[in-house]
Design a protein around this ligand. Structure first.
Ligand code: SF4
Length: 244
């Protein structure tokens, strides 16, 4: 039997804008939901991205934990479109996290005690089949629901007011209960630059990305394409938030 692989758009570490503390972020490739106003259109094509062995992702997680990561955030794209390999990734991530905890929990040094797993999905719980539901059981917290452009919100880590944050485990309750109805004056955002482009990580408010686009152009920077507008070109230059 071949080793499980997950098709992803990218991963980043450290991520500080999608969940509490310092996190490994994994953006899964492929989303059929096509929300109007989606800021991550580059993740829609299920044939895009790259296949990565689950064990390779686990190595990235292990490295992040050794560095003191307080959590793993999996977004997309639509992670639950790959429910089988996703479940295997999350199962292994929870296993490795437990082993690191037994070894003395590097994350404890940051005051978090143990690393959590946060999963995004554009689906509502009622839409999930057995396999998809099984994958969510390895997460400590779930943020679910389509991005609805007509329902802007200041709820932390969410793009629209319909999206719901649910703690799923005891750890999830301890860490996320305080954030379920938490409103923030400005969303946490991060900029990362790598060889493939400039990445905006987080959940920007409406208009923020266009302002970034304008500011870059005014500064004389060429923007090949942006992921929040339909384009015939490869969209790689400025990449916003995940799922939401
Ligand atoms: S907002 Fe999320 S669920 Fe909706 S189309 Fe974009 S990636 Fe898919």
């Amino acid at each position: 039997m071949s080793a499980p692989t997950l098709r992803i758009s990218r991963s980043h570490y450290p991520v500080t804008a999608l969940g509490p503390g310092i996190r490994l972020g994994v953006w899964v490739q492929g989303c059929p939901l096509a929300c109007h106003g989606c800021m991550s259109r580059d993740t829609w094509d299920a044939a895009g991205g790259v296949d990565v062995a689950v064990e390779d992702l686990i190595d990235r997680w292990r490295t992040a934990l050794a560095d003191g990561a307080t959590g793993l955030t999996v977004s997309g794209g639509e992670p639950l479109e790959q429910a089988g390999p996703l479940a295997e990734f999350l199962r292994r991530a929870a296993e490795v996290r437990a082993a690191v905890r037994a070894d003395g929990a590097v994350a404890a040094a940051a005051g978090y005690g143990e690393a959590d797993i946060l999963l995004y999905t554009g689906y509502e719980l009622a839409e999930l089949d057995e396999e998809q539901l099984a994958a969510t059981r390895y997460a400590d917290a779930l943020i679910s629901g389509r991005y609805e452009a007509g329902q802007p919100t200041d709820l932390v880590w969410r793009g629209s007011a319909n999206q719901r944050l649910r703690p799923l485990t005891e750890l999830g309750l301890r860490r996320y209960a305080v954030s379920v109805d938490k409103h923030v004056p400005a969303p946490p955002l991060q900029l990362r630059v790598d060889e493939s482009g400039v990445w905006v990580i987080g959940v920007p408010r409406p208009g923020t990305l266009s302002r970034i686009d304008r500011t870059l152009r005014q500064a004389g920077l060429v923007v090949d394409g942006v992921t929040w507008r339909a384009s015939g070109k490869k969209e790689s230059e400025v990449l916003p938030c995940p799922n939401d």
